[in-house]
Ligand binder design. Structure first.
Ligand code: GPK
Length: 829
């Protein structure tokens, strides 16, 4: 009968999946087939972009069998899955990473050479997907790399933004943002699955109805969009595993209205489509400060609703008993952006799956955990009840009920303490009624973690202390980490070879093995080889910058690096004051240029487009750079380089070349930092405050190999309590006065005193981040840096010790901590 399934007769069709042969010949054939059949060009007619797309397709083809096998394996084993919910993944380029994971680097390079193509040209063509802002987004990318490498069944869920983080350009020293059209030339690493789209609803109202004598609630939304999944491979390193990153794209449910189109109103006919597609149009370029934009809440609900329903509908087997959900999944909330997932899971369980509220709540509380990434109060997201109720009326009701029951619990525990209840309520009343997303996440989550020891401590003691009192066991720490594959093995291949030669190859997946370098730090020959690697990395950076921006750096200079988002709490202005101080000391004749340690200062920093002070600081850095770099009096002694559009790709060239890592935030403000880890692991010495993960770096590398300065967090608090007057510090310190006066005089702004006046007066009369209070200590520590650098061999020894002792900062270790302390999931067999 014609309904009977066809039985495969070809032997190939019986194999689970097929992969091309792992040989140069096999690669050439597959590459040419992709070029001809997928790109539709012959080799002789192809351009670099065609070749890149075919190459990426070829690498994909090699990974495909493993990916498909892993999907089967995960379905069969039904093991607990980590669902990482993150609005950002700052992935960086994929080609080298995937070649490395699949051990295809040499084969592919040779195969391309046989086709007359250079791998370096292919690397140039690739555009990095900038689907994140900074540390938080890059952390998510490191985490999924580690989870794949550790064979942990994971789905990364997020948003496929059509435009990622803006491309930064400088016009007369000021930041100008350009859209990041990263998809324009094709995006070979993703697989769209329109057939697996989820419908996501918004707006409308709720109503109650009678269901066989039980009163239930349902949501009658008034508009919806389709969420189309785009899957990306997340290959583990050398372990044959490939996990999935699933990013959602918003598409209109009804493409356009043909009737209106035919009537000639073309704009109106596509209005609905434009509206829907705006949801995944662009990444919000905010870092640490949420903007209360409706579209942002739409984005958040859009991606978490799609993710949760995808997991329940498509990942779970049919007939799965939802009472067992906590054994099958943990949804990790990467900051507050995905927290609307909590009421969404409740809504699905109660309204759609008919579960009792109490049962659903017990399950929900076991399925979520929350990572907080900040200490700045203004960065804790809140949504006005007004907006939330309009966009997601049922979710607001659910949040109210969660809060009512939670506050009953608070009363039971602590009595009718109005103050406490007002402080702990998920609903805030001032300045307007709003939902405090961090509190909702804390109440709903099985665990709440900070991202470095000090940060987790301050969360317990300050930001969330009343919650910590109520639920002491909920709070834990997982110190951040970074992937050694991308940030050592790929970014710093010469260092990687040196380490492998000394210790064997195992360090890439067991970074504590770097300890073995401690003994080698005492070996003069090894130090010499390390110094040669550092110098070569500086020359490589110089080549990159020459090609990119037409600037060079001198490999005899101390390379002083400050790369991170521009934010007042990170204190790029303190770095500028140091540079201006050095400049002023030379031009005023206080020191001879010949007597100072030559330095090149490198900045990399984007400012949120709406953050006026941050943009002004960028302008100041560029202005100082242009004066310093053009003044013959300091030529050969001081240079300031600020390449535009700092991103993952540029980080991979800057970090391996760095001598000095600037981690100079005000103590108690930087949650962790991860650039600090990357730089230390590449042999830069840190100058830093006792803040974030700097504390742990210093403990590990030792005081002799770290330049500590500035107030501690308790000292910061004490100074605030006493009353901080920055102008007093200005008055008391002639060197500080000279530097500030030079900026105020218009020296760096063509004589115009108004341009940087807001920066100067902010420092003098407000200075929320206590730049002036830490200035003297910073300058003193920088003098120590100069002294230390004068002894090159001792410096090199310290650099090696930094690497040897920082194995703890592998994101593999972070993942083990999450698995042990929070997720209780296991690697797949
Ligand atoms: C923290 F709150 C935020 C944010 O919105 N974006 C962001 O990148 C960073 N972060 C912290 O500032 C860093 O200290 C931390 O290392 C990083 O998140 C990852 O945890």
């Amino acid at each position: 009968n014609s309904d009977a399934p066809l039985r495969p007769t070809h032997p190939l069709a019986l194999a689970p999946v097929i992969a091309p042969p792992a040989s140069v010949d096999g690669f050439v054939k597959q590459f040419l087939a992709n070029l001809n059949f997928d790109q539709g060009v012959s080799l002789s007619a192809s351009d670099a972009n065609d070749q890149y797309l075919a190459l990426a397709g070829t690498v994909r083809d090699y990974l495909m069998a493993r990916w498909l096998e892993d999907q089967t394996r995960q379905r069969e084993q039904q093991a607990k899955t980590v669902c990482y919910l993150s609005a950002e993944y700052l992935l960086g380029k994929q080609l080298d990473n995937n070649l490395l994971a699949a051990r295809l680097g040499e084969i592919a390079t040779e195969a391309l050479a046989q086709c007359g193509i250079s791998m370096d040209d292919m690397r140039e063509v690739e555009v990095e997907p900038g689907l994140g802002n900074g540390g938080l987004g890059r952390l998510a990318a490191c985490f999924i790399d580690s989870l794949a490498t550790m064979s942990v069944p994971t789905i990364g869920y997020g948003i496929r933004y059509e435009y990622g983080i803006f491309r930064q350009t400088f016009v007369d020293g000021e930041q100008v943002e350009q859209p990041d059209a990263w998809l324009q030339m094709g995006s070979p690493w993703e697989f769209p699955h329109p057939e697996a789209a989820q419908t996501i609803s918004f707006g409308g109202r709720t109503e109650t109805y009678d269901d066989k004598g039980v009163t239930r609630t349902r949501w009658i939304p008034d508009w919806n969009v389709l969420a189309v999944p785009y899957n990306m491979m997340v290959p583990g390193y050398h372990n044959g595993r490939v996990n999935t990153l699933r990013l959602w794209r918003a598409v209109a449910t009804n493409a356009f209205d043909l009737r209106i189109f035919n009537s000639g109103d073309y704009e109106e006919s596509v209005r609905a489509q434009t509206f829907a597609e705006n949801i995944s149009k662009v990444l919000y370029p905010e870092d640490s400060t949420p903007q209360g934009k409706e579209l942002r809440l739409q984005q958040q609900y859009f991606f978490v609703a799609a993710s949760i329903n995808d997991f329940l509908d498509n990942v779970l087997l049919e007939g799965f008993d939802l009472n067992n959900l906590p054994d099958r999944v943990i949804f990790q909330l990467n900051d507050t952006h995905p927290v609307i997932a909590v009421p969404e899971l409740m809504r699905v369980l109660v309204d759609e799956r008919g579960m009792e509220w109490e049962d659903a709540w017990a399950i929900t509380q076991k399925c979520f955990a929350y990572t907080c990434h900040t200490l700045l109060p203004e960065a804790l997201e809140v949504w006005s009840v007004d907006l939330l109720g309009r966009l997601l009326p049922r979710h607001l009701e659910i949040i109210y009920r969660i809060n009512d029951e939670f506050l009953d619990e608070v009363r039971e525990r602590f009595g009718d303490d109005m103050m406490r209840i007002r402080n702990m309520s998920i609903i805030g009343e001032h300045p307007y009624r709003s939902v405090r997303m961090a509190y909702l996440a804390t109440v709903a989550g099985a665990k709440v973690n900070g991202v470095a020891e000090l940060h987790s401590q301050l969360l317990r003691d300050k930001v969330l202390h009343e919650f910590a009192e109520m639920y002491p066991d909920k709070f834990t720490n997982v110190t951040n980490g970074v992937t050694p594959r991308r940030f050592i093995r790929l970014a710093n291949p010469s260092l990687a070879s040196l380490i492998t030669e000394a210790l064997g190859a195992g360090w890439t997946v067991d970074l504590e093995r770097l300890r073995g370098l401690e003994a080698l730090a005492e070996d003069p020959e090894f130090r010499e080889r390390f110094a040669a690697v550092k110098a070569a990395n500086k020359r490589h950076l110089s080549d990159v910058l020459q090609r990119r921006d037409g600037v060079t750096i001198d490999d005899s200079h101390l390379l002083d690096v400050m790369v991170k988002r521009l934010h007042e709490y990170k204190r790029q202005t303190l770095k500028v004051l140091h540079i201006v101080t050095e400049y002023e000391r030379i031009i005023s004749g206080t020191v001879a240029a010949a007597d100072i340690q030559p330095r090149t200062f490198i900045f990399g920093a984007k400012a949120a487009p709406g953050y006026a002070m941050a943009k002004r600081i960028i302008h100041l850095i560029n202005s100082v750079a242009s004066v310093v770099n053009n003044d013959p009096r300091v030529e050969g002694s001081l240079k300031v380089v600020f390449p535009p559009n700092y991103n993952v790709t540029l980080a991979e060239s800057i970090i391996p070349a760095a001598d000095l890592s600037e981690q100079i935030s005000l103590a108690g403000k930087e949650a962790s930092g991860t650039g600090n880890m990357k730089l230390a692991l590449n042999g830069a010495l840190t100058i830093g405050t006792d803040d974030g993960a700097n504390v742990e770096i210093r403990q590990l590398v030792g005081d002799d190999n770290f330049f500590l300065f500035g107030m501690t967090e308790p000292e910061v608090e004490a100074l605030w309590a006493k009353g901080y007057k920055p102008a007093d510090f200005y008055q008391a310190d002639p060197q500080l006065r000279a530097a500030m006066d030079l900026i105020a005089s218009g020296e760096f702004s063509g004589g115009d005193r108004t341009v940087f006046e807001p920066i100067v007066s902010n420092l003098l009369y407000d200075d929320r981040f206590m730049v002036l209070a830490d200035y003297a200590s910073y300058i003193e520590a920088q003098a120590q840096v100069d002294l230390a650098y004068a002894d090159q061999d001792a410096w090199t020894r310290s650099a090696i010790l930094n690497i040897a002792r920082c194995g703890f900062f592998s994101s593999d270790r972070s993942m083990r901590d999450y698995l042990d302390r929070i997720w209780h999931a296991r690697p797949l067999l």
